[in-house]
Design a protein around this ligand. Structure first.
Ligand SMILES: N[C@H](Cc1ccc(I)cc1)C(=O)NO
Ligand SMILES: [Zn+2]
Ligand SMILES: [Zn+2]
Length: 290
């Protein structure tokens, strides 16, 4: 349910979250020449993420990491934390692991994608690290997803959302983290209202006012299917897309060689807000029994 009835657990975990870890992951991912869905670097970045998540999850027999195969080279990465007594109900936290250069992306083209979307993957990875460090075990199943090929038509998340629907998987909620670290606007977190679910968006707003009362919340629309949340809402699942800025003030560097950590303010404080929100989302939804 959308009741905020796990406050002691969430409040014990939130202080453990660190922007330094987020910054490291952003820089690790930015170091690939590009992460385009058809290049060797794009394939290597997917394999790197799988290994990274496996390292963090080491020792947890309830956590598995797999790659989801697509018709192109780059695979999506899915980490699963199996629920204890309500495993058939699933909560998804996603971001995309690919990057693109708007001028065209070949093997040698530079596309660091620090904000788009290394920041989202880094925000998610810090959620994973703290959930494991804190010994949290969800009652529902939690899944972290690094989607391939978002930049070329939300293709990785389309494949995954369609396969989940075909399997009749009971995904109770999805949060998308695409661009979390460039603070382009005066408010902190903007909840996008198109291709998302109103009731879940209200729940996310309640999470923010309860757990992160200093955060200023905004609302906006993309006007098109601007990230992977649209793949899930298109299959009838409840999705939310919290974003780093208002639509008109979005990061001007994306899809260029200049989408770097330095051009995101040389900090990860903004992304940390998203990590905290996402942790609260995963724990509050993940702790519901059958
Ligand atoms: N189209 C999106 C970028 C994007 C998403 C939301 C907003 I507001 C502005 C820009 C993209 O490139 N996602 O990878
Ligand atoms: Zn993009
Ligand atoms: Zn993106």
């Amino acid at each position: 349910s959308y009741a905020l009835d796990n406050q002691s657990v969430v409040n014990a975990l939130l202080p453990q979250m660190q922007d330094s870890n987020i910054a490291q992951t952003i820089n690790d991912l930015s170091a690939f020449t590009n992460r385009y869905y058809t290049t060797t670097h794009g394939v290597n970045a997917s394999n790197w993420l799988k290994t990274r998540w496996q390292q963090i999850a080491a020792g947890r027999s309830d956590i598995t990491v797999e790659q989801f195969n697509h018709s192109w080279a780059q695979k999506s990465v899915i980490l699963t934390i199996k629920g204890t007594d309500n495993p058939s109900e699933v909560v998804v936290l996603g971001g995309h692991l690919d990057s693109i250069n708007g001028q065209g992306t070949s093997e040698s083209t530079r596309a660091p994608g620090a904000d788009d979307d290394a920041s989202g993957i880094a925000s998610m990875t810090e959620v994973l690290r703290v959930l494991v460090a804190g010994g949290y075990k969800p009652r529902r199943t939690l899944k972290l997803m690094g989607y391939a090929a978002e930049e070329v038509g939300l293709r990785g998340s389309q494949d995954i959302a369609k396969s989940f629907k075909a399997a009749n998987t009971n995904v109770v909620g999805v949060m998308q983290l695409d661009m979390t670290n460039y603070k382009g606007s005066d408010k902190d977190i903007y909840l996008y209202t198109d291709y998302t679910d109103n009731a879940q968006n209200q729940f996310v707003a309640n999470l923010l006012t309860t757990y992160l009362p200093a955060i200023k919340i905004g609302y906006d629309k993309c006007g098109y299917a601007c990230s992977d949340h649209a793949s899930w809402s298109g299959q009838g699942y409840f999705a939310s897309m919290p974003f780093e800025s208002s639509f008109t003030q979005d990061n001007p560097y994306i899809h260029t060689a200049n989408d770097t950590y330095a051009n995101s303010g040389n900090q990860a404080q903004h992304a940390l807000k998203f990590s905290k929100m996402a942790l609260a989302f995963m724990v509050e939804l993940g702790s519901d029994g059958p």
